[in-house]
Design a protein around this ligand. Structure first.
Ligand code: PLP
Length: 431
């Protein structure tokens, strides 16, 4: 459905009639007019208690947290199955202490780009530790995972090159390629035969294949053992984004490539610190020569402020703790297996997840927003995922399991989900 100005003037927009994607396709001669219409849509969604996004957290991302609930106009306690704090490190006392001490020494920020005076010794040390974690010669740290993919792909590729992406790749991978001007081709999710066909059809000489270790919206793993040989056959380079997989997969926590024993076959390993590391930032690990090139030619690195020293020290502390003690990782896996089994027992559709990222399929947008309203009323917070994060009408609640969750909290989460999904059996839009 395309929102057009004609015939809509002065009319109230009902949020039953539109979804977010309609505003991407808005047609108007005025650049800002879309905002007027979106504003009307949001007002209606708020009136109907469907505006569950972007509510301020009033406490940190522990297994339970306080959120300002727009619908009741009050601060409420929620069960938190939404944060990516998979190992709970953002609250580890040793991590917090190390961060506090660094703020005393270095202040609150790097306040300069990395090639100038922003490259702090903690960031340098972090890059060295990351190279070890990823089994690569060298690594480079960025301010977020998003700008890592944006920068690396746009620095490497040029018009006339091709990037072949698993269709479910993260937006930052698509955006990095778009920025470079190279062609984008996609292959069917995790399908090596289709990848082979796509690579076979390419006329370009310089090609890269991009996949995720753990898919961020589905929780399944990249089929690297079959995908990598296809890339090698066609002499395509390989980039793996391990955002959700680092510290969760692989004996030393390197990610899915390590899990399959294929670290050496991956050319560029990407990741973020905003998940299991409990912080913020992104990184790429690769050969020493590639990293040296990235340092001078990646625009999202050279034209942006460096990571704050205290953030780097916090992440270094996480790595130090993780290397000595894997009990949180073990607990995460215990919770993940329990969650998968119980959700299946409850008859909920969790797709093909193999990880702590657990989708619960919710149907179309209108059904999703009713479900999300009902679960929040019952005190459960999850990711509420719709287009463009997933395909149209493939909406889902996304649960993030954490080592911090107790069995009782997981049981309660599943009880709420089962009640709400049951209560939706006879629901029709507009009710
Ligand atoms: C696969 C993947 N890559 C990159 C990112 C971006 O990471 P950041 O939050 O550090 O920008 C995400 C974030 O969700 C992700 O899932």
């Amino acid at each position: 459905m395309v929102l057009k100005k004609k015939g809509l003037e002065g009319k109230r927009i009902s949020c039953d009639d539109y979804t977010l994607v309609d505003f991407l396709e808005f047609e108007s001669n005025d650049l800002f007019e879309v905002a007027d219409y979106f504003w009307e849509y949001m007002l209606d969604a708020a009136r109907r208690k469907y505006l569950v996004y972007g509510q301020p957290m009033m406490s940190g991302p522990k297994a339970e947290f306080k959120v300002y609930d727009r619908n009741t106009n009050s601060v409420r306690k929620f069960l938190n199955f939404c944060s990516y704090n998979y190992l709970g490190y953002s609250f580890h006392p040793e991590v917090v202490k190390a961060v506090q001490a660094t703020i005393n020494e270095f202040g609150t920020g790097a306040v300069s780009a990395p090639l100038l005076s922003g490259y702090s010794n903690p960031v340098k040390k972090l890059e060295e530790e990351l190279a070890k974690l990823k089994g690569k010669e060298s690594a480079i740290v960025f301010s977020t995972g998003y700008v890592t993919n944006l920068g690396i792909l746009s620095a490497l590729l040029k018009p006339g090159d091709t990037a072949v992406l698993d269709i479910l790749s993260h937006a930052s991978i698509y955006d990095g390629v778009r920025l470079s001007g190279a062609d984008i081709k996609v292959f069917a999710h995790n399908n090596p035969q289709h990848l082979d066909k796509v690579l076979n059809g390419l006329k370009t000489k310089r090609n890269i294949v991009c996949v995720e270790g753990v898919y961020s919206m589905d929780g399944d793993l990249s089929n690297l053992p079959e995908i990598i040989p296809v890339c090698k056959k066609h002499k395509a380079k390989i980039l793996v984004d391990e955002a959700h997989a680092s510290l969760v997969f692989g004996k030393k926590g390197g990610g899915v490539a390590e899990h399959f024993g294929l670290e050496d076959e991956v050319d560029i390993s990407i990741g973020t610190f905003s998940k299991s590391f409990g912080a913020i930032g992104g990184y790429a690990a690769a050969s020493e020569k590639l990293i040296a090139f990235f340092r001078f030619f990646t625009r999202s690195y050279i034209f942006s402020c460096a990571m704050a020293p205290h953030t780097a020290v916090g992440i270094l502390k996480v790595l130090e703790i993780f290397n000595k003690d894997k009990s949180r990782k073990e607990k995460l896996w215990e919770n993940t297996h329990y969650m998968h089994a119980k959700l299946k027992e409850a008859g909920l559709d969790i797709g093909s997840t193999k990880s702590q990222v657990v989708p619960v399929m919710a149907g179309n947008d209108l059904r999703l927003r009713e479900i999300s309203k009902r679960i929040q009323e019952k005190g459960l917070y999850t990711g509420v995922v719709t287009y463009p994060a997933v395909s149209k009408n493939k909406t889902r609640l996304r649960l993030s399991v954490s080592s911090m969750h107790t069995k009782e909290q997981i049981d309660k989460c599943i009880r709420i989900l089962a009640e709400v999904f049951d209560s939706m059996a006879d629901w029709k839009p507009g009710q």
